[in-house]
Design a protein around this ligand. Structure first.
Ligand SMILES: [Ca+2]
Ligand SMILES: [Ca+2]
Length: 245
């Protein structure tokens, strides 16, 4: 069951590759708590063979969420995050970002090495399709923060009595973190690094009333060996938007 898909150049040879997200299992499996549903991505890389363009499966090990990571354990709701693709660290290679059902923003940096965003480094022919099979384009699940991956827990809020849950009405309501709405990327502060905008649904544990807030995560310099980090913008009036706009 493909969901997100994109034709983008993930290997730096100027030939667009195909990225798909997929899920194993059937709707019945998703309603059966004894069964698990695997969510993963596939990369079909475009290569030139004998002067002709072909797509070969370059990566199928990109599991992106825990098989048990359904929304609040509810039936029929295996998580399928939307993926955004951008060069988050400005090294010339496209990276991958998605929010998992545990309420974590994951940014996976492309491990293919462009030598920096210089004109002479563009469109290098990798020339060896074996490289595609022996090297993962992105870090492999389970992800380890700091190892080519940045993970940011979403939904931080000054009031600890507030938790958040799924953004869409059709998603189960619970006190557990849910999948945020689709990510959007834009360089909001015009520093040359793309930032995140997303909408999260919150629920007050005091009276169960719900409300939504737009969350901005600024792409900033990393710490502790991380290349980049994604910092939630906050302000004293509670509006994450206020700092930038
Ligand atoms: Ca990159
Ligand atoms: Ca920015």
């Amino acid at each position: 069951m493909p969901n997100s898909n994109a034709f983008v150049d993930l290997t730096g040879d100027c030939l667009p590759d195909l990225l798909l997200t997929r899920q194993t299992g059937t709707p019945a499996d998703m309603k059966d708590s004894s069964k698990t549903v695997t969510t993963y991505y596939e990369v079909y890389s475009q290569v030139m063979v004998g002067g002709k363009s072909q797509y070969c499966l370059a990566s199928q090990n990109g599991q992106i969420v825990d098989p048990k990571d359904t929304l609040g354990g509810a039936a029929g709701s295996a998580s399928m995050p939307f993926i955004e693709i951008a060069d988050f660290n400005r090294d010339g290679m496209l990276d991958l970002a998605f929010a998992s059902a545990t309420g974590t923003l994951n940014v996976l940096f492309n491990k293919y090495g462009a030598q920096g965003p210089k004109a002479q480094n563009l469109c290098n022919d990798i020339n060896q399709t074996s490289i595609l099979k022996t090297n993962d384009i992105f870090p492999v699940y389970p992800f380890t923060d700091g190892n080519g991956v940045v993970q940011e827990k979403l939904g931080k809020w000054p009031d600890t009595t507030i938790v958040y849950n799924g953004i869409a009405d059709s998603m189960p309501r619970s006190s557990q973190p849910g999948i945020p709405g689709r990510l959007r990327i834009a360089d909001l502060d015009q520093d040359g690094y793309v930032d995140f905008v997303m909408t999260l649904s919150f629920k007050k544990t005091s009276d169960s009333s719900t409300f939504t807030r737009t969350v901005i995560l600024q792409n900033v310099d990393g710490e502790d060996g991380q290349e980049r980090s994604f910092s939630q913008v906050k302000s004293s009036d509670g509006s994450y938007l206020a700092k930038i706009i």
